[in-house]
Design a protein around this ligand. Structure first.
Ligand code: AMP
Ligand code: MG
Length: 334
């Protein structure tokens, strides 16, 4: 298939006519959001949505998030409990997905047959305008299943060029981590995926929230609340180990024998040999670590190193969300 790569400067004049037409005509478009790049299809066109699963190699029971341009559009497809209305208005548009009782005839293929739907209002100007033009866009991350989520168009091209109609290139995504997911369909809000809106912020906003065990351990669960949680994500092809500071000396010993590399924040440069070190960001600005995480994992896979070691982070704020992804991507160093 011929893939159009369309450059759109998010800070300039944005024209999404071409990708909007492709989406309305049963095609697939990869587009930037403030979290990661998404692989979109018209949510009300089951045939188009089916193509997403085929192209990504994604399991059918893993539901997609529906992207809309406004709160009013959200209410067209989902029941928004009155007590949460003002909170949702405050948090949107933004990097957070709400799981709500579904209202209209969203095809089963989008929600994996559930009676709930995940809805997000992206703040990224290109994503938001595209949603405005098309209405309802079902979109998972624009990577092949099992690969790290794409945070720039090169990563999308690597995975999907020749397989979809259009890839929009708007540079790096600002957050670099998939949206926070919170389930508001039960009595107490349940965090299904930590993300750019942190657990601490959600506790402040909602008061009581449930944090299921699988969020902390990132273990695979057989019958999870968020169906996607049972799938392994983000694993590099090469062996990657996460280690704590107390094991640093052991890791340095291994580096003397093996062709390995350490991934760590800039502040820790002095601990490691220069040509065996990849900077992932700075502890001073923890969001930089989230932004670089997936690209660093892809770069590591493409590097000449045989084995990788990544420093574990303190689990608070955005770094709690980063650690949630890392626990899936890396094995813990014993
Ligand atoms: P992705 O966009 O690839 O990060 O995947 C979207 C994720 O959203 C899925 O893996 C699910 O875990 C979650 N999700 C979407 N819709 C629902 C829903 N109705 N109920 C629970 N989780 C959902
Ligand atoms: Mg994904």
């Amino acid at each position: 298939m011929k893939t159009i790569v369309l450059k759109i400067n998010p800070l300039g004049k944005i024209d999404v006519k071409i990708p909007a037409e492709i989406l309305k005509d049963e095609g697939l478009v990869a587009f930037p959001t403030e979290t990661v790049y998404g692989l979109g299809a018209n949510a009300f066109d089951p045939k188009a949505v089916e193509k997403i699963f085929k192209v990504k190699g994604r399991a059918q029971d893993n539901p997609l998030i529906v992207h809309v341009s406004s709160f009013e559009k959200m209410k067209e497809i989902a029941e928004v409990p009155e007590k949460y209305e003002s909170i949702i208005r405050k948090l949107t548009p933004g990097p957070i997905t709400f799981v709500l009782k579904k209202k209209s005839e969203i095809p089963d293929v989008v929600t994996a047959g559930l009676d709930t739907v995940g809805v997000r209002i992206p703040a990224h100007p290109v994503a938001n305008l595209l949603c405005k033009e098309v209405g309802f866009i079902a979109a998972p991350s624009a990577n092949l299943s099992g690969k790290p989520s794409p945070t720039d168009s090169n990563a999308v091209i690597e995975d999907l060029f020749g397989k979809i109609e259009c890839i929009i290139d708007s540079g790096k995504t600002p957050f670099g981590l998939e949206s926070t997911i919170i389930d508001l369909s039960a009595d107490i809000p349940i965090i299904l995926r930590p993300g750019p809106i942190t657990v601490e912020e959600l506790e402040n906003i909602f008061g009581k929230v449930e944090i299921p065990e699988f969020i902390r351990t990132a273990k695979q669960v057989e019958n999870p609340k968020a169906p996607g949680m049972k799938y392994r994500h983000y694993a590099p092809e090469k062996p990657l180990y996460m280690f704590f500071e107390k094991d640093r000396d052991k890791i340095l010993e291994i580096l003397e024998k093996e062709n390995g590399v350490v991934i760590a924040p800039k502040e820790h440069t002095r601990f490691y040999p220069k040509n065996r070190f990849i900077v992932i960001g700075t502890l001073e600005k923890p969001f930089s670590i989230a932004q670089n995480l997936f690209k660093t994992l892809r770069d590591f896979d493409k590097s000449n190193f045989d084995i990788g070691f990544i420093e574990a982070f303190q689990e608070s704020g955005i770094l709690f969300s980063v650690m949630n992804r890392l626990k899936k991507a890396a094995k813990l160093w014993r």
